[in-house]
Design a protein around this ligand. Structure first.
Ligand code: PGA
Ligand code: ZN
Length: 441
């Protein structure tokens, strides 16, 4: 067993939307190989680490990642060769220093994350351990509650809802395998209801249906019916989670920070319903939905700059429902600390490519947990066959994952990997169900 890095290679591959992304291989002295592919978002937070793209319109409409590949092969490779892959924190720190910018804009967070994750995979392979055990140790035995995004809108679909994601979470079943089954059954029940009622059953970027319903609320209503049709009790067996991705519906020119440092918050446009709402009115809408529907989690209920709104939202609903920060905190300890100081949410979304290294991602989760918050590990809308997040969520035991619908192989790859992990853990596996949520009422 020789865990020293002897080779680093990278290439441009395609993601699930047909856009290029980077894949990295790390080879160790004993011949072990680790490989990781980096995902890509569409409704990205303004403060995410930089995804380096070539901008050469003659290739892939400017989305090529040849520069990121070159950065890995020519700049990062020679620096990490000879280092011990088991020293993940040391290698991640070196990657941060080599880049030298606060947002990884020099080498690219996609290049850096590829190396960071491939290093962990290589070390785990050399030690003969599954990744979840290498990263999480003997305590890694909690499977996550999956949040299945079965109805896609916003930037992930065309002519569908204004709100981006309508998810179902099987909180009242006994095992992860049963949760996966419930998700698939509700997905199929939804398909048949939509079909029977004359709606399209085309799918959005994350595999959920993307029907042209008359309102956003109609999406929640039809999902409640789908849960029932599949034989589950809404709110007891299977609950609803939302990610309206509110930054995406804030009207252009608003939502910026004024000279006094306070947010200038504009109006949220609901195109489907031909109306706009201010921050307080959108909070009222969430309050009324939480009262009337079995909703247990709302992510990005307000825009990334609407800090005052988030504080108000948390005051109003923080004891009733999980409030997850995505665009507003971008897996970044600096923003998570501000959210803790201001009590602006009760959970965070975790996306490895928002921050760019494995070690920093673990730090973001630890910080959120230190104040009693929950962390939901997430895929991106542009994904690959890479299943690192499945192992990662078990390693960290955060108890929640979102990886899209139980349909389309880049989404299902993660869900199936979790099935294998549960099988491998056998009786030691824990499925947390409702207790995984920030609010368990
Ligand atoms: P993205 O969206 O991957 O397209 O950024 C996911 C999310 O908003 O949670
Ligand atoms: Zn989100």
């Amino acid at each position: 067993m020789d865990t020293s890095i002897v080779g680093v290679d990278a290439r441009e591959i395609l993601d699930s939307r047909g856009n290029p992304t980077i894949e990295v291989d790390v080879v160790l002295g004993d011949g072990s190989i680790g490989r990781a592919a980096v995902p890509s978002g569409a409704s990205t937070g303004a403060n995410e680490a930089v995804e380096l793209r070539d901008g050469d319109k003659a290739r892939f409409g400017g989305k090529g990642v040849r520069q990121a590949v070159e950065n890995v092969v020519e700049q990062i490779g020679p620096e990490v060769e000879g280092l011990d892959a088991v020293d993940q924190a040391g290698i991640d720190q070196l990657l941060i220093e080599l880049d030298g910018t606060p947002n990884k804009g020099n080498l690219g967070a996609n290049a850096i994350l590829g190396v960071s994750l491939a290093t962990a995979h290589a070390a785990a392979a050399s030690l003969g351990m599954p990744l979840y055990r290498y990263v999480g140790g003997v305590g890694a035995r909690t499977l996550p509650v999956p949040f299945f995004n079965i109805l896609n809108g916003g930037k992930h679909a065309q002519d569908s809802t204004d709100f981006q994601e309508f998810m179902v979470a099987p909180i009242g079943v006994e095992t992860y395998a049963e949760a996966l089954r419930a998700g698939a059954e509700v997905f199929w029940a939804l398909r048949s209801i939509l079909h029977d009622e004359g709606h399209g059953i085309g799918q959005g970027d994350e595999g959920g249906f993307a029907p042209s319903l008359k309102s956003n609320e109609a999406a929640v209503e039809v999902i409640v019916r789908a849960i029932e049709k599949a034989g589950y009790k809404p709110g007891v067996d299977v609950a609803i989670g939302l990610d309206p991705a509110a930054s995406s519906i804030l009207e252009a020119g608003t939502g910026t920070t004024g000279p006094d440092g306070k947010a200038i918050t504009g109006r949220y446009r609901l195109t489907r319903e031909n109306r706009t709402l201010d921050s307080g009115e959108l909070i009222d809408l969430w309050a009324s939905w939480v009262d009337r529907y079995p909703i247990v989690s709302i992510e990005d209920g307000l825009a990334e700059d609407d800090w005052a709104g988030w504080v108000e939202l948390t005051k109003r609903l923080g004891s009733k429902v999980q409030l997850v920060g995505d665009d507003i905190v971008v897996t970044n300890p600096t923003f998570i600390q501000r959210a803790i100081d201001e009590r602006a949410m009760n959970a965070v979304l975790i996306k490895l490519n928002q921050i760019g290294t494995l070690t920093e991602t673990i730090g973001a989760i630890e910080l959120a947990r230190s104040t009693g918050w929950r962390a939901q590990v997430s895929h991106r809308s542009g994904e690959t066959e890479d299943t690192t997040i499945a192992d990662f969520v078990v390693a960290l035991g955060t108890g929640q994952i979102k990886s899209g619908a139980p349909s389309r192989s880049e989404r299902v790859a993660k869900y199936n990997r979790l099935l294998r992990i549960e099988e491998e853990l056998g009786d030691a596996a824990i499925y947390p169900g409702r207790s995984a949520l920030a609010v368990t009422r």
